[in-house]
Design a protein around this ligand. Structure first.
Ligand code: SF4
Ligand code: MG
Length: 328
């Protein structure tokens, strides 16, 4: 059994401007101890998938409209709010892109690390504070005994991100969801944070769902990757296969747009067109209006996710046979 199994997840938003089907039938799994990269441009549904798992969708507009989210076999789509409070920050934790939005500015860093320890692990405040100092030390914050009593604004951006990681790891979660954990940081700090996450994963044997638009981060961290586009998974593959032989035209475009030292910079590929507006996703293949290989069927029918073996899946007619073999 996988640690996390998402099956045909549909997450919708009822907005003033109409219904947004932000996630439209997403299926993937994460095994214990592995890192799964979830890649795509902003608005593709990757953060919404994460918020669905945490059951932190903005209310009242966001809702899970279908599918299952099985965490160790328990369906989180059906869990009570009380049950979710036992799971959040304890068995599943989340790290966000901008710590200032998830750290509470009026509470000390230390208190925010202590809170889940007192809530979930039954520690008293003295034990929890010792543990908080230990965790700040572990994530590489200097003078942890002093910093534990500081407020978020007294820390640098990189330190806040480290503090948030300490907070997320406090209860040794089995699954860590990291949504663009390093995007707001400069390149050096970014590398340090990624190293830290790698080390901590080894130590805690946590699984990581790593959400990013940065394929370089995925190459460094993940064992498997799912690529999302317009609310759908368009490709899934082991990380090496994806980089050596991307199959979906969208993935090919993403990879071709990464600067590489062995390539001429002015030959960098840019995927033409824009990410489709979620209020009006195109009929047929949602990528067809940007796809250089589109043919007539692509604008009429939605391609299924074809399973090609060796952990590879791709949602593109170029890889299907009309007998339907391998399609699901
Ligand atoms: Fe392109 Fe057609 Fe494949 Fe979609 S199904 S990615 S439009 S070739
Ligand atoms: Mg996002």
């Amino acid at each position: 059994m996988s640690l996390l199994e998402i099956k045909d997840l549909k997450t919708y938003f009822d907005t003033d401007r109409g219904l947004v089907k932000a996630v439209e039938g997403v299926t993937f799994h994460i095994n214990s101890g592995e890192t799964l990269g979830v890649v795509g441009e902003s608005g593709c549904g990757k953060s919404v998938t994460a918020l669905s798992v945490m059951r932190l969708l903005p209310r009242p507009i966001g809702r899970i409209a279908g599918g299952n989210i099985l965490f160790k076999g328990e369906d989180l789509t059906k869990a009570s709010e009380a049950r979710m409070r036992q799971i959040r920050g304890n068995k599943i934790s989340m790290i966000f892109q901008e710590p200032m939005t998830s750290l509470n500015p009026v509470l000390t860093i230390g208190f925010q690390i202590m809170e889940p320890l007192m809530l979930h692990q039954g520690m008293d405040s003295k034990e929890a504070k010792e543990k908080a100092v230990e965790l700040l030390q572990l994530v590489g914050i200097p003078d942890p005994k002093q910093r534990v009593d500081e407020y978020p604004h007294q820390l640098s951006g990189g330190q806040r991100q480290r503090a948030m990681i300490a907070m997320a790891l406090a209860c040794k979660p089995e699954l860590l969801i990291a949504d663009e954990p390093t995007t707001a940081l400069d390149v050096t700090i970014q590398a340090q944070i990624l190293d830290l996450m790698n080390d901590l994963q080894r130590e805690f044997n946590a699984a990581i769902m790593l959400i990013t638009h940065d394929l370089g981060v995925v190459a460094e961290m993940a064992q498997r990757v799912v690529v999302m586009y317009a609310g759908l998974i368009v490709e899934e593959a082991p990380v090496a296969s994806l980089f050596y032989e991307p199959l979906h035209p969208y993935t090919q475009g993403l990879l071709a747009s990464i600067p590489r030292i062995d390539k001429d910079l002015d030959k960098l590929h840019v995927i033409p067109g824009f990410v489709p507006n979620p209020f009006e996703f195109p009929e047929g293949c949602r990528f067809h209006n940007r796809c250089e290989r589109a043919f007539s069927r692509c604008s009429r029918e939605m391609p299924p996710l074809y399973s090609l073996g060796d952990g590879r899946m791709v949602r593109c007619f170029l890889y299907g046979s009309d007998s339907g073999g391998g399609a699901r």
